[in-house]
Design a protein around this ligand. Sequence first.
Ligand code: COA
Length: 688
Amino acid sequence: MSEELVSRFERDGEIAVCVIDSPPVNALGKAVRLALVDAVEQANADDSIKALVVRCDGRTYFAGADVREFGRPPEPPYLPDVVNTLEASAKPVITAIHGTALGGGLEVAMGCHFRIAAKAAKMGLPEVTLGLMPGAGGTQRLPRLVGVAKALDMIAHGAPIGAAEARELGLVDELVEGDLAEAALAFARRVVAEGLPIRRTSQLDDKLGDAGNSAIFDDFLARNAKKFRGLDAPAAIVDLMRRTLTLPFEEALKQEREGFLKLRDGPQSKALRHAFFAEREATKIPAIGKDTPRLKIEKVAIIGAGTMGSGIALAFLQSGLSVTLVEVAQEGLDRGVGTIEKTLSRNVSSGRMTEDTARKTRDSLTPTLDFSKVADADLIIEAVFELMEVKQDIFRKLDQYAKPDAILATNTSYLDVNEIAGATSRPEQVIGLHFFSPANIMKLLEIVRADKTSLTVLATALDLAKTIRKVPVVAGVCFGFIGNRLLNVRRVETEALLLAGASPYDLDRVVEGFGMPMGPCRIGDLAGLDLGWTRENSTGNTVKERLCEMDRRGMKVGAGFYDYVDGKPQESPVVLEMIDAFRKEKGVTPRSFSDEEILERMLYPMMNEGAKILEEGIALRASDIDVVWLFGYGWPRWTGGPMFHADAVGLDKVVAGLEKMGHEPAALLRKLASEGSSFVEYDRANAK
Ligand code: COA
């Protein structure tokens, strides 16, 4: 993009205005950086200019450095120099913030001498969420404006703050309600008229009193130890700020830049940047564009008021949609409504929701036992138990009652959506919307595109995900779609490892050590080991079934792989004895497994299954599989997801590992490995 396209240099009397317009988010790419330096030079070269305003057109102020440039060699002018140039300007520089001033965006703002902001603006240094530290003076200028403790909190956690708080803290000088561009001009004129002295952030030190107090940094680390587990960037940020805030500014900037580059080139930041773009990429479906027609969704009906149904209802209610909740029995309906009520009350008492919003939300819910009430719904989601006959029966009924253009969705987690669609006369209106429990909290929404699902229905579902603040991934029809298909492979491997000699507690320890929130055995206990199990149909052929036969059906009964004492899991000698006896019965001589071998056996078969999913076209991209496991199963974000992690391990190593464990590697995996390629390259080559 050329410089001309991203900026305008305007004059209003004595005031020069540099307007940046680089859609979509005014990221600070090379052309934008050049434009900023150029504006400072022009303003300083012209005696008739007394002050410079820097602002952005479009939906937001600078949303940060251009993250896409991080993978390439940096090109001048470098952002830290741009910020220094702004700060060094002999003419006052006033900047006006709207939307989000993030990362490099806030660093630019802090390089300016005065900051005004729209009331709704947000600002922060979220680099840590990309595995980075600020690299253009953020670690040095923010504490000079808001104090050391607050800056540490904002930089190491990365959460943005609102304009009102920023004003209180001294990060911005004025809040603006009306026209921001006008307000910026007025502010600049005042600076000139009153001869306000130029205020360079790097020269302020009245808020740095705590900089030499090591206890602040130690306490902060201790308080956040759990949150920062496994992550490189927060510790590096705390360490850098501890060492540099007492140094001369120039030297501190140098050390910050070194710290930034080290993190940028490290594996965690690469993985976290991948996760950032993968999430956005997943929403792009070939053949769906802005001009694809969408349906209007205002009224939603949900069939089934169980855990899933009531969770899904909450997700819609909390986004302002009205929901009809349908059950067959009063008791079930009451229980579902009770769950919703409880969550809303909790939100009020924790301050997350006002009493007024909670009341309005409650008013938007219509519980009913009358199936025909689905008739005016724009979207109907079935969330009853996983039995094909039951689901087909419901869809037959929906066909009868739903209005012609209603979207008919199933929340099935394993079943064939084509078969479900086949029970209706309008399969093009049928789609899978696979929510994850608890549905009002978990971010992932697997959208299952059946053979006949229309593009309009698919496009509407993708937009809807955004409305209810979910991360959507589109999957084709197969057993378990993307997420549960990988989970199932891990389940099979878990059984194989237990039989061969591994302890359930070692499996969990290793998987949790890798960064998953829970290992496979704890997950089993939490979900209930008796899912799909009955005493009559028990084959007794797996450890899981044996546990159920012992009535150790999981956490809900206080015993599963673990004994639960006051809800806390404890290893159970009874379980170990049972597994021992089970091995003897099967004629297996147990052997020991190293942690490394356990981890490989837990991960590689999942990566292999991911490759098969790609071959079959169930997922559009390897990165979509990553998004599913990042947002639906708590895969550690700093490793990028199962497929990105496979690249990091090395596909040849994964192939060799699979062969050693007796698994046939997928053809695609073999091919990429033999070409020295990767899933990232596969995605790039297949990008539409
Ligand atoms: N660099 C490059 N591209 C960026 C970007 C950045 N810093 N921030 C956003 N984008 C791109 C997105 O990839 C997306 O591109 P696409 O439309 O081709 O997919 C587009 O800008 C819009 O972003 P999106 O996140 O979909 O829009 P939004 O309105 O929901 O959110 C932001 C806007 C700015 C809040 C959000 O994009 C964000 O948090 N960006 C990252 C900010 C950041 O971490 N900055 C520090 C970098 S050091």
